[in-house]
Design a binder for this molecule. Sequence first.
Ligand code: ASP
Ligand code: MG
Length: 412
Amino acid sequence: MPVLVMKFGGTSVASLDKIKSAAERVAFEVSAGHSVIVIVSAMAGKTNELVELVNATSPLYDAREYDAVVSSGENETAGLMALTLQTMDIPARSWQGWQVPVKTSSAHSSARIEEIPTENIMTKFSEGMRVAVVAGFQGLSESGRVTTLGRGGSDTTAVAFAAAFDATRCDIYTDVDGIYTTDPRITNKARKLNKISFEEMLELASLGAKVLQTRSVELAMRYSVKLRVLSSFDEPNSNSGTLVCSEEEIMESNVVSGIAYSKDEAKMTLISVADRPGIAAAIFGPLSEASVNVDMIIQNIAEEGRTDMTFSCPTDQVLIAQEALNGAKKEGHINFSQLIADTNVAKISAVGIGMRSQSGVAAKMFRTLSDEGINIKVIATSEIKISVLIDRKYMELAVQSLHDAFGLEKIT
Ligand code: ASP
Ligand code: MG
């Protein structure tokens, strides 16, 4: 029997009633002839609650016990889902990560899945079981400890199971009905995409469209897992959700498929650094050693041997970046007159695989922003993405005008 993976996020299992309606969707797929692996998250809010409890014990907690505590929310929903399915006469049982076992690295709170042996669950399927309910987000390290995969990790559990069991598809049930051209809260012209490529989804996921954990998309791309994102609250129909798939399955690629934004990026400027060979290495070396995630970089034209260097990094890494750069200055590796952190910025990005073959996208983006009187502070590009840093107060205007400029309300 073909295997289907269905993942239900926290809002889809937030109460017994919600678990029941999720179970009805599972029942439908079982009657359609699938063996189903259901991956569940913890009830909405549960993991936050558990994290707070751990933090309240001590700021310097044992990461292994953190994982033991925060993984428990998924055990609860896995058992409840199996019980609910049993009341519907569907042969089902629950599995915690260690029972499968989902083998992971030992990086507690951000472990990586290394292997998922399929024998245990396959044997049960062959004995007549129809649904394996697996607790998402958790695994087992080589030393026999419970691990977790990082916040949002159930998505990654789901994709990893789909890859391991060669599933026909991996359906991610969530509280939105798919992936949109931009955040519908910013413009009501936002449209649901029927299909999006892995590459585009990766850019959107890492840019702050928080529907899927970035690692789950990476994994889906690597193993060609067909991913579908859909709402667990809507009536299913043929147009349900968004399919995240390989580029080849998309007939006409959009030049721009989506406009993403992020408020979590800060702009850092070093004023008056010596313009000499090795200066970039001297600045970005210490930043990388301090694990600062630098995204965009600009080096200004030098005047009288001095230049300004600007880069962006996540807002919550500003202090670490300052420390690293001031440290390097003290040790005499770099010299600057001032280090300015601007946290009042937003990053806006246009993403689309069609950019590879179409020119003029950057020009159009810059012209649109300039027509609105929005100043661009920093620019970065990749093959399928153009990002700009602007004043935070123009964020919504920028998203709306770019969404209009690229005709995204007409996308299907
Ligand atoms: N419950 C975990 C979290 O809230 C994992 C997940 O839901 O994906 O991060
Ligand atoms: Mg999630």
